[in-house]
Design a protein. Structure first.
Length: 158
C-alpha cells in the first residue's frame, strides 16, 4: 500500500510526522529515503516532538545512531549513508528494530539485508525550486504498516 502527501513547508512536514507518530508502537521501523536536504531530519523532528522528546534532533551523519529515550517511546535515529561501502553486519541493528522504541533509518536501502521483514518506507522528493514543497510517499511493507498507512489516510487533514 502506498500513499503520497504533498507538503508546502516545514511545519506541514512536521505535522504529518506528528500524525504518524501517534500511530506508532514499540518496535516500529521507518526507513527514510531522499536526497540531502529533502526533509528527512525535519520529518524526524516532527516524530520526536509528538513522542515528547524535548532534546534537539540532529542528523546522525557522523555518529550513525542517536538515541533519544525520554519520550513516550524511545527514538533511535540512524543515518546509514556512510555504511554504503562497509555494510552493517556487526552493528546490532536488529536489537533496535526489535526493541521498545521507534527506529528511524535514513538510507536504509544501502543495507537492505539488515532491515526487518516489515517496515514503513518514506520517500521524500522536493517539488519546487525554492526547496520548501515536497511529495512524501509512504510505502507499507507488511500488514502492520498497511494498517498504519490506512489509518493515517483517515486521520490526516491539511
Amino acid at each position: 500500500m502506498r500513499k503520497t502527501y504533498h507538503t508546502t513547508n516545514e511545519q506541514e512536514t512536521k505535522r504529518l510526522a506528528a500524525a504518524l507518530s501517534r500511530l506508532l508502537l514499540p518496535g516500529s521501523t521507518i526507513l527514510l529515503e531522499g536526497q540531502l536536504g529533502a526533509g528527512k531530519t525535519t520529518f524526524t523532528k516532527g516524530l520526536a516532538e509528538e513522542l515528547g522528546i524535548e532534546r534537539a534532533i540532529k542528523s546522525p551523519t557522523y555518529t550513525l545512531i542517536r538515541e533519544y529515550t525520554e519520550g513516550r517511546l524511545p527514538l533511535y535515529h540512524m543515518d546509514l549513508y556512510r555504511l554504503e561501502e562497509t555494510g552493517a553486519d556487526e552493528m546490532g541493528l536488529e536489537e533496535y528494530f526489535e526493541g521498545e522504541g521507534v527506529s528511524v533509518v535514513e538510507w536504509g536501502s544501502l543495507v537492505e539485508e539488515e532491515m526487518p521483514d516489515e517496515y514503513l518506507k518514506i520517500t521524500f522528493a522536493v517539488t519546487d525550486e525554492a526547496g520548501m514543497e515536497r511529495d512524501i510517499q509512504l510505502e507499507a511493507v507488511g500488514k502492520r504498516y498497511e494498517e498504519i498507512v490506512a489509518k493515517l489516510s483517515e486521520d490526516w487533514e491539511m
